[in-house]
Design a protein around this ligand. Sequence first.
Ligand code: DQA
Length: 151
Amino acid sequence: MKLLFLNGPNLNMLGIREPGIYGRQTYEDLEKYIRGFCDELGIACQILQSNHEGALVDAIQSAYGRMDGIVINPAAYTHTSVALLDALKAVSLPAVEVHLSDVSSREDFRQVSYVRLACCKTIAGHGFQGYRMAAEHLLAEKNGASQVGKE
Ligand code: DQA
């Protein structure tokens, strides 16, 4: 199982940005956390963060044919980016949308998610743990699919 973990703009500022919402842990802590549970679950992971929409599109495209799924926190691009939605649709890989905060209880403009239209699940408000929940979901889906194939 190979998963791409993609993080959008300003997530590199974790620990500094709005700690009341996003906590005190840093982006490096998040990467360490992801690598830790991937090791435990037997997942090969690639982790990327970018502040640039086009770089995120490139990363999604480069997952095509190489990865089994995508865990994506598009950050602010969640609410604006048709380009990320189209990229996810183009590669057609199972994808889970993750948000550290509970976006559903925040501002109106955060209630819109374009990427959600190309994701099989959305996990919000669980902090770092949301990334693990997303990976476990994709793993279960893959195992389920391979079981069906054996029947
Ligand atoms: C976020 C929520 C977004 O609305 C926001 O723009 C972010 C982070 C989250 O992880 O809670 O940058 O995706």
